[in-house]
Design a protein around this ligand. Sequence first.
Ligand SMILES: Nc1nc2c(ncn2[C@@H]2O[C@H](COP(=O)(O)OP(=O)(O)OP(=O)(O)O)[C@@H](O)[C@H]2O)c(=O)[nH]1
Ligand SMILES: [Mg+2]
Length: 294
Amino acid sequence: MKSGFVAVVGRANAGKSTLINVLVGEKVAIVSPKPQTTRDRILGVLTTEDYQIAFIDTPGIYKADNLLNSVMQKTTVDSCEDVDLVLFVMDAHEGISDTDRALLSKYSNLSVPTVLALTKTDIMPESLLISELKELSKENIDIVPVSARKNRNIKELIKVIVDKLPKGEKIFEEDIISDRSERFMLAEIMREKILLKFDKEIPHGVAILINKFALKENGKTYEINLDIICEKPNHKAILIGKQGSAIKEVSSFARADMEKFLGKKVFLTTYVRVKEDWRNSASLMKEYGYDIKG
Ligand SMILES: Nc1nc2c(ncn2[C@@H]2O[C@H](COP(=O)(O)OP(=O)(O)OP(=O)(O)O)[C@@H](O)[C@H]2O)c(=O)[nH]1
Ligand SMILES: [Mg+2]
């Protein structure tokens, strides 16, 4: 039996969360086309008879310009401590930039083995992939080209990881897939729908606060009441939309996913509130569930 923790790191939007969801076979982390989708460390556990891999999803590497971003960047750095392997994820279809080269050299020089996953290979010409593989082969690390979207080479990637993991017993019970609570997942589902619907700073300035999550007496319906916190009055107006049309639309997408996740009907009420500059307030961030020390 082999087991261990694998930190999954890479630039924002590289495709880390999508890859973890495919590796684990369940949606443990939300995904969006916008950078900085993942804000917290999220565990996704894959267990078979022969191995258990605890993947740690991390916030993408990105220039921090507020307190929330710096906390996120620290989460990523801290997540690499005490792991057995680092899985570095690179968006191959974008081409290799100087930032990628610098990050790769940083992460391939840690005291634990590094595996490089070149992802999004489904949307790039083969010639580009070949030239990237040629350039990266100098790095002396294992490289696996994959596509999370098309489920390409995922088994191969798991094999390369398992080979490098230490021998050990299971760390988690077999039925554990994530370490996150239902409340956390519900807030993330709401945030994902907002990331998909709104542009620019609006989704990045949103936090979700679950006020109520309770099963009604009939045992068939969950009552969920949440606040969508945003940074500015004009953001609130956009989030609500004309006669509430925008908030109605995102809430209905969120409710559908929440019902799938909980396996029961959901009665969802949402309220949009403004908390100016909350992303620079340690006390507000703490209230919204972010991992602020002290
Ligand atoms: N075509 C294609 N798109 C992908 C693949 N993997 C991820 N994507 C897309 O890339 C975008 C970013 O994916 P995420 O998984 O959210 O990326 P991330 O690295 O977790 O991003 P952050 O959490 O912001 O750091 C989404 O639009 C995904 O659908 C892939 O294998 N192929
Ligand atoms: Mg992510």
